[in-house]
Design a protein around this ligand. Structure first.
Ligand code: BES
Ligand code: ZN
Ligand code: ZN
Length: 484
């Protein structure tokens, strides 16, 4: 589906269908000519509702609060969803902004996010017929929208949403196909396409670099692990950001095996890694003035004779010893070594951000829709929350405290890989990671637990079933902010 900007007014665009947002319960706006009919149908412009008047050639979409750009983003995604399976080839739409292009930019994103489909495993996929959406500068409000602003918004949204959709496809792909080696191949493709450097390391490198925690997790799998390091280094970088992504292409739980109901969807345990790849792709394409490193620990967590065990003690790259008490808390083991690698390898990191589907506890705490933000630096956490808000993603801080820290003590090693109590598991996982962040980088580090929103089992917001690409829009926005 292509997007085009035009100077024509919405009514003058030749298109099979017009998409009109209803932002007023009284249905009074000049763009709404079918008020009587809509009233008869009981359509009052409620959020996330759509009404297709095919004969009039209009698709109405409800938006209750025009100050909330997310309502427009969701509305646009719902509109495209409503057109799936229909035969319309072209659609027309207008702008909806009082000042800057915030709502219209959200609409453009919603269109692109809503158009995503993953049909790789359908023998007879339904074709997606909509080929073009033509966006008019004509505005629902009276403010003028400049041609260059609209074109720029479309270009940015295309890059960002293609990145989101890349992350979605990586996550949606079955684990038998998207192995650690395959994920590394995909990362290499991204690097080649967008002028990003790429280094890929195998298990021998992990062994030579004493990454005993990462290696232990990977040991039972017949699919060899990979450490992926992508770097985008623009000439005049204002800051350097390292993104460390959890890349568990499958998490069976290992010997602390997951019950079957909890194992399904664990192909999505590489969603943090997928986002890390997608973000660097977008940063390079947007030519952001920020150096970005994406480091992904890619492996499976499996069972078998070679599996690591509860009771094992592992030594991470920084020499710290870890008592394994549960092999299903594997993400933090992989991330521990990847965090060490990032700090040892990259000179002058300004921010060190890890992204992971790390704990079910985070989903219990915040629900499925929001990610958890953890770390020692309040300013950094606030900036991340703000970027999330602007991107349309949901995030909330889960706070550390002195008591929780004691729960990951070990009697026999430096630290235990799980907490001694059932509560506060998202935070104790973050406190575990914190042990692998050097003192000098303490305030540079933030941990993002995306376990809730990464995989969507019941469609919500602008997300269809399956992978959401969580973290991608969010961190691209964050990089834009620190580059500004
Ligand atoms: N990958 C899971 C976390 C997860 C759960 C992600 C649900 C997405 C949805 C992680 O490796 C895990 O299994 N964590 C354990 C930790 C526990 C053993 C301390 C968990 O959350 O139960
Ligand atoms: Zn696990
Ligand atoms: Zn996991």
């Amino acid at each position: 589906m292509r997007l085009e900007a035009t100077n024509k007014s919405v009514g003058d665009i030749k298109a099979d269908i017009r998409i009109v947002f209803v932002c007023d319960k009284n249905l009074k706006h000049r763009w709404i000519e079918e008020r009587k009919l809509l009233e008869k149908l009981g359509f009052d412009g409620a959020d996330e509702s759509v009404c297709l008047l095919a004969q009039s050639g209009v698709l109405f979409v409800g938006v209750e609060n025009t100050d909330d750009s997310e309502s427009f983003r969701i509305g646009a995604a719902k509109a495209i969803g409503a057109l799936k399976g229909l035969k319309f080839k072209t659609a027309a739409i207008g702008c909806y902004d009082k000042k800057s292009l915030v709502n219209s930019a959200a609409i453009i994103e919603g269109l692109l996010l809503g158009a995503y489909e993953f049909n790789a495993y359908k023998s007879k996929p339904k074709p997606f017929e909509l080929e073009r959406v033509i966006i008019s500068r004509e505005n629902y409000f009276d403010a003028k929208i400049s041609e260059s602003d609209l074109t720029a918004a479309i270009e940015r949204a295309q890059i960002v949403c293609e990145a989101v959709n890349l992350a979605r496809t990586l996550v949606n792909t079955i684990p038998e196909a998207l192995t650690p080696v395959a994920l590394a191949d995909e990362a290499a493709k991204v690097a080649k396409n967008y002028g990003v450097d790429c280094s890929i390391y195998d298990e021998q490198f992990l062994a030579e670099n004493n990454m005993g925690a990462f290696l232990a997790v990977s040991r039972a799998s017949v699919k060899p692990p990979r450490l992926i390091h992508l770097s985008y280094k623009p000439k005049k970088a204002k800051k350097t950001v390292a993104i460390v992504g959890k890349g568990l292409t499958y998490d069976s739980g290992g010997l602390s095996l997951k019950p079957s109901d909890y194992m399904t969807t664990m192909k999505a345990d590489m969603a943090g890694g997928a986002a890390a790849i997608a973000i660097i792709a977008a940063a390079a394409r947007l030519k952001l003035p920020v150096a970005v490193h994406s480091i992904i620990g890619a492996t499976e967590n499996m069972i078998g004779g070679a599996a690591y065990k509860p009771d094992d003690v592992l030594t991470a790259k920084n020499g710290k010893t870890i008592e394994v008490r549960n092999t299903d808390a594997e993400g933090r083991l992989v991330l521990a070594d990847c965090l060490c690698y990032a700090q040892d390898t990259i000179k002058e990191i300004d921010y060190l951000i890890d992204m992971a589907t790390l704990t079910g506890a985070c989903v219990v705490a915040l629900g499925e829709y929001a990610s958890g933000v953890m770390g020692h630096n309040d300013k950094l956490k606030t900036a991340l929350l703000q970027a999330a808000e602007e991107s349309g993603e949901l995030a909330a801080v889960l706070p550390f405290n002195r008591h929780l820290k004691k729960l990951i003590k070990s009697e026999i090693a430096d630290i235990s890989n799980v907490s001694s109590t059932r509560y506060g598991g998202a935070i104790t996982a973050a406190l575990f990671l914190s042990e692998f962040v050097e003192e000098k980088n303490r305030d540079k580090w933030a941990h993002l637990d995306i376990a809730g929103p990464a995989y969507v089992e019941k469609a919500w917001g602008a997300n269809p079933y399956g992978a959401s690409g969580a973290g991608t829009r969010w961190i691209v926005r964050y990089l834009e902010r620190i580059g500004a």
